[in-house]
Design a protein around this ligand. Structure first.
Ligand code: ADE
Length: 250
């Protein structure tokens, strides 16, 4: 998977390619990543990338020529890549969308600035538009990094040996189970005994129950989309019975 980020602030993006899981995956040639400075495609001494909006109004609009030049140059380097514009008007980003993007050959991430991008570029050269949430950032750079981070870890091999994205929160429609590490007692609070038992079947059962509990308490909305397994139904029915008894004892 190749990531190319088109931005007027490449220095904001580049450090990200040298650290953590993404840095390792790039080192191991599982991912490749680079930036292109949109300003390099702007004409004139001042290499201007924005201009006043036709029709008046406040704010500035990204000029079409530098952006189109940058997109075409990136496409020439990685012709199979999809061109993705980061904008609050895009489709909402989620783990599901990240999984969908993780199978692409590459992504050319277009970071707008100012009030927005000239509509002719959006219409002609963009394959997809993504928003990372219903709030407005001053540019697409942080959104591009969010998308890269979420997608990169789903590319096979990117997480390395013993790590896996399959158990992540949202992957099976649930929040992930609680995690513990040493010491086994912290400020009087003990790690649940089952996790020290070495009984893998029991540990898996505990983890599933923990996932269901956390989803029920923190993100009950996720159940609307979730298809429950037989084991998940059994756990929920056990709780229903326990809750019924509590109410009846009332
Ligand atoms: N650019 C500005 N705000 C954004 C958002 N919420 N998502 C993606 N790109 C953006």
């Amino acid at each position: 998977m190749n990531f190319t980020v088109l931005t007027i602030f490449p220095e904001l993006i580049q450090p990200f390619f040298f650290h953590g899981i993404i840095g390792k995956a790039i080192e191991n040639s599982i991912l490749s990543a680079s930036t292109m400075d949109i300003r390099d495609f702007a004409k004139g001494k001042h290499r201007v990338t924005d201009d006043r909006p036709y029709g008046g109004g406040c704010g500035m609009v990204m000029k079409p020529e530098p952006l189109a030049g940058a997109i075409r140059a990136a496409k020439e380097k990685t012709p199979q890549s999809s061109v993705i514009h980061l904008t609050p008007q895009g489709r909402p980003f989620s783990q599901k969308v990240a999984r969908e993007l993780a199978v692409l050959d590459g992504m050319i991430l277009v970071c707008g600035r100012y009030e927005g991008v000239d509509e002719r570029v959006c219409q002609g050269l963009i394959d997809d538009e993504i928003s990372i949430g219903d709030y407005v950032l001053t540019g697409g750079e942080l959104a591009a990094l969010v998308v890269i981070e979420a997608v990169a870890r789903l590319v096979p091999g990117a997480l390395g040996g013993d790590q896996s994205a399959e158990k992540d929160t949202f992957e099976d429609g649930l929040i992930e189970h609680a995690h513990y590490t040493r010491p086994d007692e912290f400020e009087g609070d003990k790690v649940p005994g089952v996790l020290l038992s070495g009984n893998h079947a029991e540990i898996e059962k505990w983890r599933l129950e923990s996932s269901l509990k956390r989803t029920f308490l923190k993100r009950p909305d996720l159940f609307k989309e979730k298809k429950l397994s037989k084991q998940e139904k059994e756990i929920l029915e056990k709780w229903r019975e326990q809750i019924r008894q509590i109410i009846e004892r009332g």
